[in-house]
Write a protein that binds this ligand. Structure first.
Ligand SMILES: C[S@@+](CC[C@H](N)C(=O)[O-])C[C@H]1O[C@@H](n2cnc3c(N)ncnc32)[C@H](O)[C@@H]1O
Length: 320
């Protein structure tokens, strides 16, 4: 019989319950190769540890085989708990006290469960790296720098217009307040990513911590009905941080700014993606860069551009 450490413990913030079948529920805009890669990288019904691997570089975490007992133990630790209570309760009854006790030391050693008040600082470089596994349409260095800016604010309310496969939404969830409310707006089949389907909401929920709430509003961002649904999802809360990354035409981005600007709190952040001019002969209308140049001087602002000669990408931050 192993001795169980005293005190209250919880699952590390770098582990989340992962339960998603990429092949059953493909994203409209993701290639088959991209879907296959993700389907084989992330087994269903196990804890995913992408962030743990990215933040510690500990690829032992990558090869962990989770037995049913370990899975139940980690799930139970999403609520702060003592190991004694776990052994005495449902988990202990199901798997036996010895099995649970044996798993505990390993989980602690790996940092998968931590003391309840453990300081686990957010590693934005790791978050940006992990966001690529969720197919973020970003320059990694720019996204890491934007995450640093957003982390400072630790937003309680986040609005994202243009989510696509969820890469940026994943990032915001990691740096937002543990009790944050996140709202995503996207148009299924929309240009510039292809959007997502209603069933993807449960996949995105895997990104969020236990205290965070996610609402997905599907529809064209400019429509009054969509704006009304966003308002309802916010339930009166002012937005601390907003990303506008949906319709990239000049008219589209102008209207999104006009429609959603008033939802931001005073002193809040509004981020734009693609503030750099597009390459010549781009087929899709790309007018964010033009809109950004008009609007930026009216506000305190910041430009995050990895390479000033690059076409497209670049993140603009307005302090509104
Ligand atoms: C460039 S992607 C977003 C990328 C995501 N933020 C990221 O960095 O990973 C743009 C998304 O905006 C959506 N979109 C395009 N037009 C839209 C509209 N009028 N309303 C809402 N979403 C729109 C597209 O469906 C697409 O998923």
């Amino acid at each position: 019989m192993h001795s169980l450490p005293p005190g209250m413990w919880r699952t590390s913030r770098w582990l989340r319950l992962y339960d998603w079948d990429w092949k059953q529920h493909p994203f409209p805009g993701l290639t088959q190769a991209a879907i296959d890669y993700r389907a084989t990288t992330y087994p269903r019904r196990f804890f995913y540890h992408v962030l743990r691997v990215c933040s510690t570089g500990d690829d032992r975490a990558d090869g962990v085989e989770y037995s049913a007992g370990v899975h139940d133990l980690l799930a139970a630790c999403f609520e702060p708990t003592s190991f004694d209570d776990l052994v005495a309760g449902e988990v202990g009854r199901r798997h036996g006290a010895d099995a649970v006790s044996g798993a505990v030391a390993d989980l602690i050693e790996r940092g998968f469960v931590v003391p309840v008040d453990a300081d686990e600082p957010v590693d934005t470089a790791a978050v940006a790296a992990a966001s690529e596994l969720y197919a973020a349409i970003q320059v990694r260095q720019e996204f890491a720098a934007a995450l640093d800016v957003v982390k400072e604010v630790e937003p309680r309310t986040v609005l994202e217009v243009g989510t696509a496969f969820g890469g940026t939404l994943f990032g915001w969830a990691q740096v937002a307040h543990p009790d944050a409310r996140l709202v995503s707006v996207d148009l299924p089949g929309g240009i510039g990513g292809g959007g997502y389907m209603p069933e993807h909401e449960s996949h995105f929920r895997n990104f969020c911590g236990a205290g965070q709430q996610l609402s997905c509003v599907l529809g064209a961002s400019q429509l009054p009905d969509t704006i009304e649904r966003v308002r309802a999802a916010l339930d009166g809360a002012a937005v601390d941080m907003m990303l506008i990354d949906g319709d990239h035409s000049y008219e589209g981005v102008s209207r999104d700014f006009a429609n959603y600007r008033s939802l931001a709190r005073e002193g809040g952040l509004i981020l734009f993606h693609d503030i750099q001019p597009p390459p010549p002969k781009t087929e899709q209308p790309m007018g964010v860069w033009r809109f950004w140049r008009e609007i930026r001087e009216d506000y305190r602002h910041l430009e995050i551009v990895h390479d000033p000669t690059q076409f497209s990408a670049g993140i603009g931050v307005l302090y509104v």
